[in-house]
Design a protein. Sequence first.
Length: 259
Amino acid sequence: MKGRFLPNIVTLEWTCSRYQKFTFDSGIFGTMKQLTKLKIGENNIGDQNAKCFIEMKQLTSLDVYHNNISKEGAKFIGEMTQLTYLNVNTNNVGELGAKYISKLNQLITLNIGLNSIGEQGAEYISEMKQLTDLNIYSCNIGNRGANHISRMKQLISLNTGRNGLDDEGVKYISELNQLNFLNIADSNISEEGLNYISGMKQIIHLDISNNFIDDEGAEIISRMKQLTRLDISNNSIGEEGTKYISEMKKLTYLDIGEF
């Protein structure tokens, strides 16, 4: 990728097929003095490649999903204190990588899903008081990690699906009274947990798919009359439960799956 147009680029998206042979050339980015947004997922970027990002002082949005970045690469990214958006989904940053990333004190949106940061990593992330949008999907945080995340009272959007949460974890999450969007799919929630969720009156978009919810659970969720979007697919809802859901008049999007 060469040419006179490079210095004028503000946004760059560059994705390679897993079958393509890709040679990462950090020198390319040195010519892009106007670049503020970089999306470079699925490019086999490793820790040393990530080091070149530090010099991109004008960059505010970095998307490096599905690469080979570990805690060392996360350390380099953690020095990019000007970032307001970061996506490191599907890497291997781990617990220590989460600690480095938590130092980004201007970050508003963070997607750290599919990284095994665990309970301790969740505690590091919970210190990011400026974050409003957090994706922590499938990070093995458990109920204790959910307790840490529940301290982030400023969150507006949270994806905490597939983290081994049960009713205890849901109770912690229900304390986030600013949330508008919640994804808590692939959890282990009983009617007790559903009651906690149904009490979150500020939620307008809820994904509660894959949770073994039956007709009685559907009735509990149907009390959330404010919802405009609901994904309740891959549960055990029959005709009675469907009737309850049909009474949610504000819904503009519904995925109820097959029954």
